[in-house]
Design a protein around this ligand. Structure first.
Ligand SMILES: Cc1cc2nc3c(=O)[nH]c(=O)nc-3n(C[C@H](O)[C@H](O)[C@H](O)COP(=O)(O)O)c2cc1C
Length: 138
Protein backbone atom coordinates (compact mmCIF):
# COMPACT_ATOMS: atom_id res chain seq x y z
CA UNK A 1 0.00 0.00 0.00
CA UNK A 2 2.76 2.43 1.00
CA UNK A 3 4.79 1.67 -2.15
CA UNK A 4 1.71 2.16 -4.34
CA UNK A 5 0.83 5.48 -2.76
CA UNK A 6 4.31 6.97 -2.37
CA UNK A 7 5.50 5.85 -5.80
CA UNK A 8 8.82 4.49 -4.48
CA UNK A 9 10.12 0.96 -4.93
CA UNK A 10 10.90 -1.17 -1.88
CA UNK A 11 14.64 -0.90 -2.64
CA UNK A 12 14.43 2.89 -2.65
CA UNK A 13 12.81 2.94 0.80
CA UNK A 14 14.40 0.16 2.85
CA UNK A 15 16.80 1.59 5.42
CA UNK A 16 15.87 5.18 4.59
CA UNK A 17 14.58 7.66 7.19
CA UNK A 18 10.88 8.46 7.20
CA UNK A 19 11.69 12.03 6.28
CA UNK A 20 12.23 10.85 2.68
CA UNK A 21 8.50 11.56 2.25
CA UNK A 22 8.54 14.79 4.31
CA UNK A 23 6.42 17.44 2.62
CA UNK A 24 7.63 21.09 2.77
CA UNK A 25 4.11 22.17 3.88
CA UNK A 26 4.58 20.28 7.17
CA UNK A 27 5.49 22.55 10.10
CA UNK A 28 8.57 21.52 12.09
CA UNK A 29 6.62 22.00 15.32
CA UNK A 30 4.38 19.01 14.55
CA UNK A 31 7.36 16.66 14.25
CA UNK A 32 8.96 18.12 17.37
CA UNK A 33 5.79 17.32 19.31
CA UNK A 34 5.53 13.87 17.70
CA UNK A 35 9.05 12.89 18.79
CA UNK A 36 8.55 14.31 22.29
CA UNK A 37 5.45 12.18 22.78
CA UNK A 38 6.84 8.92 21.45
CA UNK A 39 10.28 9.23 23.07
CA UNK A 40 8.46 9.48 26.40
CA UNK A 41 6.55 6.33 25.51
CA UNK A 42 3.27 8.17 24.81
CA UNK A 43 1.03 7.66 21.80
CA UNK A 44 0.28 10.55 19.47
CA UNK A 45 -2.23 11.20 16.71
CA UNK A 46 -1.02 13.58 14.02
CA UNK A 47 -2.24 14.69 10.62
CA UNK A 48 0.68 14.38 8.21
CA UNK A 49 0.93 15.58 4.62
CA UNK A 50 3.40 13.37 2.77
CA UNK A 51 5.29 13.85 -0.48
CA UNK A 52 5.14 11.18 -3.19
CA UNK A 53 8.13 10.52 -5.44
CA UNK A 54 6.44 12.30 -8.36
CA UNK A 55 5.74 15.44 -6.30
CA UNK A 56 2.10 14.60 -5.52
CA UNK A 57 0.99 14.49 -1.90
CA UNK A 58 -1.32 12.53 0.37
CA UNK A 59 -2.65 13.15 3.87
CA UNK A 60 -2.84 10.60 6.67
CA UNK A 61 -3.99 10.64 10.27
CA UNK A 62 -1.03 8.85 11.84
CA UNK A 63 -1.25 7.05 15.18
CA UNK A 64 2.36 6.72 16.31
CA UNK A 65 3.40 4.59 19.28
CA UNK A 66 6.56 3.30 20.88
CA UNK A 67 7.35 -0.41 20.92
CA UNK A 68 8.67 -1.80 24.24
CA UNK A 69 10.72 -4.88 25.15
CA UNK A 70 10.07 -7.07 28.21
CA UNK A 71 12.07 -4.62 30.36
CA UNK A 72 9.75 -1.79 29.33
CA UNK A 73 12.52 -0.15 27.29
CA UNK A 74 11.66 1.53 23.99
CA UNK A 75 13.06 -0.52 21.10
CA UNK A 76 11.35 1.18 18.16
CA UNK A 77 8.35 3.08 16.91
CA UNK A 78 5.33 2.18 14.88
CA UNK A 79 2.78 4.18 12.92
CA UNK A 80 -0.72 3.15 11.84
CA UNK A 81 -2.33 5.37 9.29
CA UNK A 82 -6.00 6.27 8.96
CA UNK A 83 -7.68 8.01 6.09
CA UNK A 84 -8.62 11.53 7.26
CA UNK A 85 -12.00 13.10 6.53
CA UNK A 86 -12.23 16.22 4.35
CA UNK A 87 -13.65 18.59 6.98
CA UNK A 88 -10.88 17.78 9.47
CA UNK A 89 -8.23 18.24 6.79
CA UNK A 90 -9.47 21.71 5.90
CA UNK A 91 -9.15 22.79 9.55
CA UNK A 92 -5.74 21.16 9.97
CA UNK A 93 -4.39 22.61 6.72
CA UNK A 94 -5.32 26.11 7.95
CA UNK A 95 -3.58 25.53 11.30
CA UNK A 96 -0.47 24.10 9.59
CA UNK A 97 -0.29 26.99 7.10
CA UNK A 98 -0.27 29.42 10.03
CA UNK A 99 2.47 27.45 11.82
CA UNK A 100 4.57 27.31 8.66
CA UNK A 101 4.22 31.06 8.18
CA UNK A 102 5.43 31.59 11.76
CA UNK A 103 8.41 29.29 11.17
CA UNK A 104 9.35 30.88 7.85
CA UNK A 105 8.99 34.50 8.91
CA UNK A 106 11.05 34.26 12.11
CA UNK A 107 14.57 35.70 12.31
CA UNK A 108 16.08 32.28 12.98
CA UNK A 109 14.88 28.69 12.64
CA UNK A 110 15.24 28.21 16.41
CA UNK A 111 13.04 31.21 17.16
CA UNK A 112 10.54 30.18 14.48
CA UNK A 113 10.23 26.68 15.88
CA UNK A 114 9.78 28.00 19.42
CA UNK A 115 6.96 30.36 18.38
CA UNK A 116 5.31 27.80 16.12
CA UNK A 117 5.43 25.10 18.82
CA UNK A 118 3.92 27.48 21.35
CA UNK A 119 1.13 28.40 18.88
CA UNK A 120 0.43 24.72 18.24
CA UNK A 121 0.07 24.18 21.99
CA UNK A 122 -2.27 27.18 22.33
CA UNK A 123 -4.45 26.22 19.37
CA UNK A 124 -4.86 22.63 20.55
CA UNK A 125 -5.66 23.50 24.17
CA UNK A 126 -8.25 26.25 23.74
CA UNK A 127 -11.11 23.97 24.82
CA UNK A 128 -9.24 22.58 27.81
CA UNK A 129 -8.42 19.39 25.92
CA UNK A 130 -4.99 17.87 25.52
CA UNK A 131 -3.36 17.68 22.07
CA UNK A 132 -4.59 14.16 21.21
CA UNK A 133 -8.17 14.92 22.32
CA UNK A 134 -8.17 18.04 20.14
CA UNK A 135 -6.87 16.15 17.11
CA UNK A 136 -9.36 13.30 17.44
CA UNK A 137 -12.30 15.71 17.67
CA UNK A 138 -11.29 18.17 14.97
C1 LIG B 1 6.88 5.63 13.26
C2 LIG B 1 7.14 6.98 12.62
C3 LIG B 1 6.44 7.34 11.48
C4 LIG B 1 6.69 8.59 10.86
N1 LIG B 1 5.99 8.89 9.74
C5 LIG B 1 6.28 10.04 9.07
C6 LIG B 1 5.63 10.35 7.85
O1 LIG B 1 4.74 9.64 7.36
N2 LIG B 1 6.01 11.50 7.21
C7 LIG B 1 6.96 12.33 7.70
O2 LIG B 1 7.27 13.35 7.06
N3 LIG B 1 7.57 12.06 8.87
C8 LIG B 1 7.26 10.95 9.56
N4 LIG B 1 7.90 10.68 10.75
C9 LIG B 1 8.78 11.70 11.32
C10 LIG B 1 10.14 11.68 10.67
O3 LIG B 1 10.95 10.75 11.35
C11 LIG B 1 10.83 13.07 10.72
O4 LIG B 1 10.93 13.52 12.06
C12 LIG B 1 10.04 14.12 9.91
O5 LIG B 1 9.86 13.70 8.59
C13 LIG B 1 10.75 15.48 9.90
O6 LIG B 1 11.99 15.36 9.34
P1 LIG B 1 13.25 15.98 10.07
O7 LIG B 1 13.17 15.48 11.50
O8 LIG B 1 14.42 15.50 9.30
O9 LIG B 1 13.04 17.47 9.95
C14 LIG B 1 7.65 9.47 11.40
C15 LIG B 1 8.36 9.09 12.55
C16 LIG B 1 8.10 7.88 13.16
C17 LIG B 1 8.85 7.49 14.40
Amino acid sequence: MFLNISGYTEAELLGKPHSIIRHPDMPKAVFKLLWEYIQQGNEIFAYVKNLCKDGAYYWVLAHVTATFNDNNEIIGYHSNRRSPNKDSLEKIATIYANLLEIENSAQSSTEGLKKSYSTLMQVTSTKGEDYNEFILKI
